[in-house]
Design a protein around this ligand. Sequence first.
Ligand code: SF4
Length: 374
Amino acid sequence: MSNTVRIDERLREHLERGITPRLDENGRQVRCLLMYSGGLDSTLAGILLRLQGIDVVAINCFTGFCLTDHKRKMGHERRDGSRYQNEAIVGAAGLQIPVEVVDVREGYLKVLTEPRHGWGSAVNPCIDCRIHMLSHASRELLEEYDAHFIATGEVLGQRPMTQMKRQMKIIERESGLEGMVVRPLCQVALEESIPEQKGWVDRDSLLGINGRGRKEQIRLAEAFGVLDYPQPAGGCCFLTDGNYGRRLKDTIVHLGEKDLDFDDVLVLKVGRHFRLPDGNKLIVGRNQEENELLRSYWHLGLFLAVNGHPGPLALYLGRPESDDLDLALRIVARYSDCPADEEVQLRMMSGEDVTGTRPATPCSRGDERAWQIL
Ligand code: SF4
């Protein structure tokens, strides 16, 4: 299996040329916005709609927390040595449909930190997140694209937090789209939607898949000629990750008077994190890529690095006059290649400018875990 959608040439040609356009009661081409991840389910939903002659525009929402996007930006490679790609852009190209990557970060921090419907197992506010994305599509995009309705690749019962009937109704209602969302893979198991009632979508050509199994989708993929597709991952975004969740909760607890901003939450994706005794924070890069990414957060604090020995770049967030800085230097030295009991000099930097040096002896291996956010 690959990590992007690849479809059979015959299907591609059919989608491109061989379909009679579906018109509404005024003779206008029916168009929908498909909430599109580039995964198998939303790809199949797109095919089912395209085969009805409906114009499909793929909408891929950017929150800043997508795991694949992070790996792509970090230059990570998959097991087969290939590079990560934007799955939505590649998948939409395969389907011959336009795609728009929509930045939905405005207002997202409130969704993240004060979700009306709560977090899942980590800090994933999935119901509020869906409401936020669909509200954005409803407010900003339906009119812009002259689209009739919204579609998703959801499957009833597949995700307990957002894909049960009750939650689906809440999400529709609170995003201002009651009755206007079509879910081609499971619509037959749901109440008839307004687009079906109006004849914009043919209910008889939609499906009623229900449950967590993937057999039906895999069978459909074979039947349609979808040759490759990303494997469904346990977590598609950082917010479902337990480690990330603990870091975010720790950050919220220690915010003080400061308002949370996107840098505060995005820097949590990188490195080992330590909360020091006086409440200051240390982030230690785990490899060259993380060191490089940390550099983009230079404005948040003070960089620390060991002189004369290979070692990590670390970011100290807090008061330089605190005893925490000495402990931070000892932790950074511990992760360098210097001998365990050797006093070393560490440089402190504001961005690229060295603002001073200070000696430290590495803390004993394992001692740093007393402060690590695990
Ligand atoms: S997994 Fe992440 S992106 Fe998906 S709905 Fe939940 S919070 Fe939103």
